[in-house]
Design a protein around this ligand. Structure first.
Ligand code: FAD
Ligand code: DLZ
Ligand code: SF4
Length: 506
């Protein structure tokens, strides 16, 4: 009996569980560009172009390997994945579907409700299965990434010497917090010239999605496994050696610094996360990268990435609706490129608009920090991140945004909110030099909004956080402040937020 084998746009891996379970001689692979997936949030045009181009090339690769593939292009008018499966089932007489578990609850529910016999297999392109993560989480009061990470190090053997971490320390995070000194140079990621497949997709995306936020061109992403491998090798040579040092740095004329720009490729399935980690470990063993760089990178993949996925599936479909701090302000126009005098926001959003990319600290400590301090509705924040980044799928985006960045899950991912005044941004970046505001100014005309909003946040969430041992010191500083000054800070913060809400270019 012929089976249909579903391969989604972020499942472009030859070792996919659905492919492994299928019969190449008789079964038919179904891949489809569908409007529902392309529009459930208003994805950045570069993200759509990347996924469609990579899907088309992967389909060709499967065919070259001997698979029968039914590929539907967007112009053929397909609306949904399930609709397409039903149509293909009717055409071929098949009634059974093999699928690898999608990375979003929304799509899992759709497959489970489909009028077909769908077998959903585990997505085993991760180190920890759902059962493994659940076993780790069971009975713990706090789900801290660091403890999970150590178990993943032991299980993978990455950077281990017997049962001990290489170099004697599990975590070199302390050595990963340098700002970028003057004169340091960075090698940008490899840029790939659009070939015929990519050019055809770019024309389609230009015609259908050009009203969405984000620049389609210049388009330079890798779109197949070979190109993604080239970017990995290039980054190991030129980026990894300084990755650890400048992981948290931000510069207004450097979009990428030492970051790997591999998340698009890993999340879509073009690169295997463990193979990437093994290549990094090998570079460290050969003396081509220092320990803080290699450990720092491997921690991001087998620590944070695996942990975030574990949280998403542990917490269930309601996670993206969490709003534990009761924030309800609308996302301001500056997130969509509207004019703002805040240079840090303008740089992070501008780069996002150009590249569908911002690195971790820009996402966490600039846009995320601002949204949290300003009390923006976390669901709107979540939808923004899901739309604008080319690496964003709900399983990884939601725990980063709802959990780590907005504390909307009430502290499952973080033990305290990631908030800071303008000082942190001034220390880690050169943004403040080109800003309309003055980071040193705490109140009055031109005071940095982060400085006002930081105290405003603490004041309005005193009941929630004053007893948190990691925040008590900040409340003491606030309480020791002259009462008149506190009132000024709060009323200036209110007035500034009022102007933002009224649509002024603050
Ligand atoms: P590098 O800095 O080179 O890091 C190496 C790799 O580690 C990344 O490629 C990625 O695979 C992994 N990684 C690092 N941090 C994380 C993390 N916190 N969670 C999961 N993986 C991580 N990452 C996504 O892949 N998709 C998202 O939608 C996403 N949304 C985010 C939203 C917010 C608010 C924050 C704070 C972080 C988010 N991240 C997300 C994590 C991180 O910002 C990106 O993985 C990283 O910026 C990708 O760029 P890179 O490949 O150059 O990463
Ligand atoms: C993100 C995305 C987009 C834009 N388009 C498609 C598509 O047309 N067809 C497809 O199979 N997948 C697409 N994807 C990826 C899916 O949205 C992704 O598989 C789910 O969100 C689960 O992670
Ligand atoms: Fe951002 Fe404040 Fe610095 Fe301006 S002064 S760039 S708003 S931190």
């Amino acid at each position: 009996m012929v089976k249909l084998v579903l391969v989604l746009g972020d499942q472009l891996s030859l070792n996919l569980s659905a492919l492994a379970a299928a019969n190449k001689a008789t079964d038919v692979v179904i891949m489809a560009e569908v409007m529902d997936e392309a529009s459930y949030v208003r994805h950045h045009p570069k993200k759509i172009a990347f996924i469609f181009a990579a899907m088309r090339k992967f389909a060709a690769r499967l065919e070259a390997d001997g698979w029968s593939v039914c590929y539907t292009k967007l112009d053929q008018g397909a609306t949904s994945i399930v609709g397409e499966l039903v149509r293909q089932a009717e055409a071929s007489g098949a009634s059974d579907v093999l699928a690898t578990e999608p990375g979003e609850w929304r799509l899992i529910a759709a497959l489970n409700d489909a009028p077909l016999k769908v077998t959903i297999l585990p997505d085993d392109r991760f180190v920890a299965s759902h059962a493994r993560f659940e076993a780790w989480a069971a009975g713990r009061k706090e789900l801290r990434m660091e403890w999970f990470y150590r178990e993943m190090r032991r299980e993978t053997g990455l950077m281990m010497e017997g049962d001990k971490p290489a170099g004697g320390k599990w975590n070199y995070d302390h050595d990963n917090r340098k700002s970028a000194p003057k004169g340091v140079t960075f090698a940008p990621p490899l840029r790939f010239e659009p070939d015929d497949v990519v050019t055809e997709v770019l024309d389609l995306v230009e015609a259908r999605f050009s009203n969405s936020f984000g620049d389609l061109g210049p388009f330079w992403f890798a779109t197949d496994a070979e190109q993604a491998q080239q970017q990995l090798a290039h980054w190991i040579d030129f980026g990894l050696p300084t990755f650890g040092d400048y992981q948290d740095a931000m510069l207004q004329n450097e979009d990428f610094l030492s970051h790997s720009i591999l998340s698009f490729y890993i999340n879509a399935g073009l690169l295997d996360p463990l193979e990437v980690c093994r290549a990094v470990e090998a570079a460290w063993k050969d003396g081509r990268a220092p320990i803080n760089a290699a450990e720092g990178f491997i921690r991001q993949i087998i620590g944070w990435r695996e942990y975030m996925r574990g949280i998403y599936f542990l917490e269930g479909p309601g996670y993206t609706a969490r709003n534990d701090l009761g924030h309800n302000r609308d996302l301001p126009a500056m997130f969509w490129g509207g004019r703002t005098g805040m240079n840090c926001i303008s740089c992070a959003v501008g780069q996002t608009q150009r590249e569908a990319y911002a690195h971790h600290i820009q996402r966490l400590m600039v846009t995320g920090n601002f949204a949290l301090l300003a009390g923006i509705d976390p669901h709107q924040v979540h939808e923004w991140y899901l739309a604008v980044y080319a690496d964003a799928y709900e399983w990884v985006e939601a725990p980063n945004v709802i959990g780590m960045s907005q504390f909307a899950d009430g502290g499952i991912v973080g033990s305290k909110p990631y908030i800071s005044s303008g000082n942190y941004i001034a220390k880690m970046s050169d943004y403040c030099k080109g800003c309309d505001y003055d980071v040193k100014q705490k109140t009055g005309e031109g005071a940095c909004p982060f400085n006002l909003l930081y105290w405003h946040f603490l004041d309005r969430h005193r009941d929630r956080f004053a007893k948190n041992p990691r925040m008590a010191q900040m409340f003491r500083v606030w309480d020791r402040m002259d009462e008149g000054k506190r009132e000024t800070v709060l009323s200036e913060a209110e007035a500034w937020l009022g102007r933002m809400d009224a649509g002024e270019a603050v």
